[in-house]
Design a protein around this ligand. Structure first.
Ligand code: SAH
Length: 397
């Protein structure tokens, strides 16, 4: 039983009463019981009424709520959260497909487990903790996960060195919590295409699973196009474009390691195909140096320009500059896929940045699609911040 109590300020209860899963430090009147970071705490109104239970955190988000009922987070409690998430992935038809063994099983607040991400790659689950509360229960979660997945998963890899709060006083070592993978296990399948998901050395959990649907859409537009995939990382958009019948595909990333991975993945799917080339260089420099009209399908999927709200203005400027360069150089009648994965930048702000970029170049631009993250990255309706991926597909005259 947790005895630690967080008492909210009078008038600061509204968000929690509307099921928002974060308690900000500014809403707190007092904390009782001296909780350590990661401890379970109960949240009360100023009048002493129970509101919620969650993990305590040092920082501007002080509590990450996992239940609005007065209950203890036992193994059974976490088991039922994981089961619910797995049930949902089967209901939407993403789990249990033979042509796709890659998907997100737990998307933090979207699945009622704030601070936790779990991606599935074949027989391996890769777990990422963004809070000490989740870090403390990683072994328990791994054990329950194996039970819930009913033989589908054999290994659980924990990868949180870079995602745990950097000041957190815990052992942050990455490694397998259960099982261990063979070389062959690293080859995963997305919509029938193979790729190497290197969860040990790669970014995030090894692959950006959130672009799956958007890559499929791109595939439909790729026929006979000269495609430029900027910020390609492991080359996801590139090999979809090739399957879609692109005339040529150029992949660009500033990381030499990413370019190596892209080449490896293209080769896995299209051995010896000469339509693909890749270049390790800065995206802004590449766009400056390229000729007008060289490409008629351009993808811009940069890293989060704004990791925090205080750098928002600079980030929006970054999106504007980047998109303006693409508008300037894309072939007449070209198509631009442009994204932002910054949680701090909302849909309207991103749109405005892209619109300003278009206006700077004076070209006629029409919106074909407005994109977001796929359904295995669900947004908790009470937590709009969970909608982090934004994309626009634009026709540029
Ligand atoms: N589109 C990718 C994910 C992109 S992640 C996918 O579908 O998987 C962002 C990538 O941008 C990273 O691989 C990072 O190395 C690269 N990057 C960051 N800054 C860059 C820059 N200035 N120029 C080119 N690439 C950059």
């Amino acid at each position: 039983m947790s005895n630690c109590r967080v008492i909210l300020k009078n008038g600061k209860e509204e968000a929690v009463l509307r099921f928002h899963p974060w308690v900000f430090s500014g809403a707190i009147a007092k904390v009782e019981g001296n909780p350590k970071e990661g401890d379970v705490v109960k949240v009360f109104t100023s009048k002493g009424d129970f509101c919620a239970v969650g993990h305590y955190q040092i920082g501007s988000i002080a509590v990450r709520i996992f239940s609005f009922k007065d209950e203890e987070p036992t193994a059974k409690f976490w088991n039922s959260k994981l089961s619910e998430a797995y049930k949902m992935r089967r209901a939407i038809g993403i789990a249990g497909r033979s042509d796709n063994n890659t998907y997100r099983l737990i998307h933090g607040e979207g699945d009622g487990i704030p601070g936790c991400v779990i991606d599935i790659y074949g027989k391996t689950a890769v777990m990422q903790a963004h809070s000490v509360g989740i870090h403390n229960i990683k072994d328990l979660l791994a054990k329950e996960l194996i039970k819930v997945m009913d033989g589908q998963i054999e290994n659980v890899y924990y990868k949180s060195e870079t995602t745990l709060p950097y000041k957190a006083d815990t052992d942050k070592e990455d490694g397998y919590l259960i099982g261990s993978a063979n070389e062959a296990d690293f080859i995963a399948i997305e919509n029938g295409l193979k790729f190497k998901a290197d969860w040990i050395k790669g970014q995030k959990t090894g692959f950006f699973v959130d672009q799956r649907d958007n890559r499929s859409l791109l595939e439909r537009y790729a026929k006979d196009k000269d495609v430029l995939n900027m910020f390609c990382y492991t080359g996801g958009f590139s090999f979809y474009a090739m399957r879609g019948g692109a005339k040529s595909v150029t992949s660009v990333d500033s990381s030499a390691k990413a370019i190596e991975l892209t080449k490896e993945n293209v080769e896995l799917n299209f051995p010896g195909d000469t339509r693909h080339r890749a270049e390790a260089t800065d995206a802004f420099k590449f766009l400056d140096d390229m000729k007008d009209g060289e490409y008629d399908l351009i993808i811009l999927d940069p890293p989060a320009f704004a990791k925090h709200r205080d750098v928002l203005k600079r980030a929006l400027n970054g999106y504007k500059k980047l998109n303006a360069k693409a508008f300037e150089k894309i072939k007449k009648g070209g198509i631009l896929f442009t994204f932002s994965c910054s949680q701090a930048v909302n849909k309207e702000q991103f749109r405005l940045a892209v619109f300003s970029a278009a206006a700077m170049t004076g070209r006629n631009v029409r919106i074909l699609h407005q994109l977001t993250q796929p359904s295995d990255h669900p947004v908790n309706i009470y937590h709009p911040e969970g909608e982090y991926l934004k994309g626009l597909v634009l026709y540029v005259e």
